[in-house]
Structures are given as structure tokens and as C-alpha cells.
Design a protein around this ligand. Structure first.
Ligand code: BG6
Length: 280
């Protein structure tokens, strides 16, 4: 069943329920903020203090960072992580091909509002498939006459039982840019998190494993050769109004990205597709 709902503040979202899984997707940001397979615990972390308000990004789930990731390269007065995560998407279509699978497609199209922030004509399609696995495909189409370049991320906040027990497999020997020090290093062994982490890994393969005490989450990507790993840890969390104090212990962002050397140039009439398949 696929139903459009509204919270008391008038914030619209789509509820998806089938024999295998349950999910919620906000029209603002095309933002999936809940996904739970039947009989399993939620796959994604969602802050108890998250805003669900027009114009404010949701803290948790899978925000879409687009058409730039992080601070704008030339103008830091522009919104961090681009404008897509706070823009209102259009609900294009839905399908329920079988009792275990539901699919929805949302779209953001260039408008006067987006031209004020980014001078290109585009269509951004988000295709979300909710089933025994979760699939998200982000298609960036150039509908104008000039090429454009995008950096982006499916900024997944994974739920973990205890951050001190978690490791990420698949990043060994990859180079990463540490956003906290500005230095580039090589990942030695498995990634474990016991302090603030904010890194952009380059030339990544297409499968990462998030190994937790109780489960292993498999993160498979297509159209991506970079990944961002982020945890704000204790001090930074204190300064974040939309995150509960102990929240950092229960989440790890492993983001499927097109960042730094992996930013994508899209020619007029062409498109780039970034895909993520997550399963347990
Ligand atoms: C990560 C960035 O992807 O997102 C971090 O690498 C940033 O630098 C984090 O702090 C959260 O960003 P925001 O804008 O949602 O607070």
C-alpha cells in the first residue's frame, strides 16, 4: 500500500507498506527517512530531535546532497550540501509489481527558485524501491544547452547498535581526504570509529560492509567511485540542535557519493545515474 500522508505541521510524506518492508519518504528532499524490513530492526537512524518542517533538512534517513556536496565550492553563503534536500519534489508515479516490492518515483525540476542558486536546466529523478532490499537511484538529467558538473551523495545514516562495536569493510588501502585535518591518508585495515570522523574516500569499489554486533549491512553502489564516512562524535553533537546528545553512538553515515575527483560532468541531453542497494 502506498499512501500520501501529512504530519500535523502540514509536512507531506509517502508511506509505503508491503509484505516485506515499511518505509516513509518525505516529498521535501525526496528524502527516505524510514525503512524497516519485517521482523528486523530499522536500517536507518533517524534523530529523535529531527525537524520535519518546510525548508529544514531531516536529520537521519537518506538525505540527497545535490547538486553540490558540502560547502559550495565558490560561495559559502549557498546552502551546505546543495538545495535538493530542502526542495519540494513532485510525486511522479508508484508501482507495486508484487506483494514484496513497491516502487515510487519523485522528481525535482529546475525552476526560478533553483536558477537563483544554480543556473542550469535539469531534471532530478529519485526512484525508490522498497522490498527485501532497499534501492535508491538518483538520475541527474541535463535539460539545457550547457554542460554542468555535479557533486552529490546519498547521505545514508545507518542505525548501529553501538558505534564502538562497528567496523566498515571495503575501504582498506583506499586514499581518503580527511575533512577535519585537510590531509590525505591511506586507510590501514578496517575502519573503526572512536572519535569524530569526516572523510571522503576516493576510488572506492562498489561494495562496502557495515559490520555491527548484531548484523552486517551490505552497501552496493553503481555510478559512484567515492564514499563519505561521517560521525560527529560527542562535542559536535552538543552543538547540533536537531540531534540528541547520545545520537552519535547509534549512527554512522556511509555515503554513496560522487565527490572530489568523482564529481560528474553531464553534457546537454545526457544523464548520470547514481545507485545504491542496501540489504542486511
Ligand atoms: C557530511 C559532511 O557528509 O555531512 C560533514 O562530510 C557534515 O562535513 C555532515 O558535517 C552533516 O552535514 P549537515 O549539513 O547535514 O549538518
Amino acid at each position: 500500500m502506498i499512501t500520501v500522508k501529512e504530519n500535523p505541521a502540514g509536512f507531506s510524506y509517502i508511506e509505503v507498506q508491503n509484505s516485506s518492508a515499511f518505509a516513509k519518504v518525505a516529498l521535501q528532499g525526496g528524502h527516505l527517512f524510514q525503512y524497516k524490513e519485517k521482523g528486523k530492526s530499522p536500517l536507518l537512524w533517524l534523530s529523535e530531535k529531527s525537524h520535519f518542517e518546510t525548508g529544514k533538512a531531516i536529520r537521519g534517513g537518506i538525505p540527497l546532497c545535490w547538486p553540490w556536496f558540502g560547502a559550495h565550492p565558490e560561495d559559502d553563503t549557498l546552502p551546505q550540501h546543495g538545495f535538493a534536500r530542502t526542495a519540494l519534489f513532485e510525486f511522479v508515479s508508484s508501482d507495486e509489481p508484487d506483494e514484496n516490492t513497491s516502487e515510487i518515483i519523485l522528481k525535482l525540476t529546475s525552476s526560478d527558485k533553483t536558477f537563483a542558486l544554480w543556473p542550469y536546466q535539469f531534471e532530478l529523478l529519485v526512484q525508490i524501491t522498497v522490498g527485501r532490499e532497499l534501492r535508491i537511484a538518483l538520475t541527474s538529467r541535463n535539460c539545457g544547452t550547457e554542460p554542468f558538473s555535479i557533486s552529490s551523495a546519498l547521505h545514508s545514516y545507518f542505525a548501529v547498535s553501538d558505534i564502538s562495536q562497528v567496523s566498515v569493510q571495503g575501504l582498506e588501502r583506499r586514499a581518503y581526504w580527511d575533512k577535519l585535518t585537510g590531509e590525505t591518508s591511506i586507510q590501514q585495515g578496517l575502519l573503526r570509529v572512536n572519535e569524530e570522523v569526516d572523510r571522503v574516500y576516493q576510488n572506492t569499489g562498489n561494495t562496502l560492509l557495515l559490520v555491527d554486533k548484531e548484523r552486517t549491512i551490505q552497501i552496493v553502489s553503481k555510478g559512484s567511485a567515492s564514499a563519505v564516512v561521517w560521525n560527529p562524535w560527542k562535542e559536535k553533537t552538543k552543538g547540533m540542535a536537531d540531534m540528541e546528545e547520545a545520537g552519535y553512538k547509534r549512527m554512522l553515515c556511509v555515503e554513496t557519493a560522487n565527490v572530489l575527483d568523482d564529481a560528474q560532468r553531464v553534457e546537454p541531453g545526457a544523464e548520470h545515474r547514481l545507485e545504491l542497494v542496501v540489504s542486511e
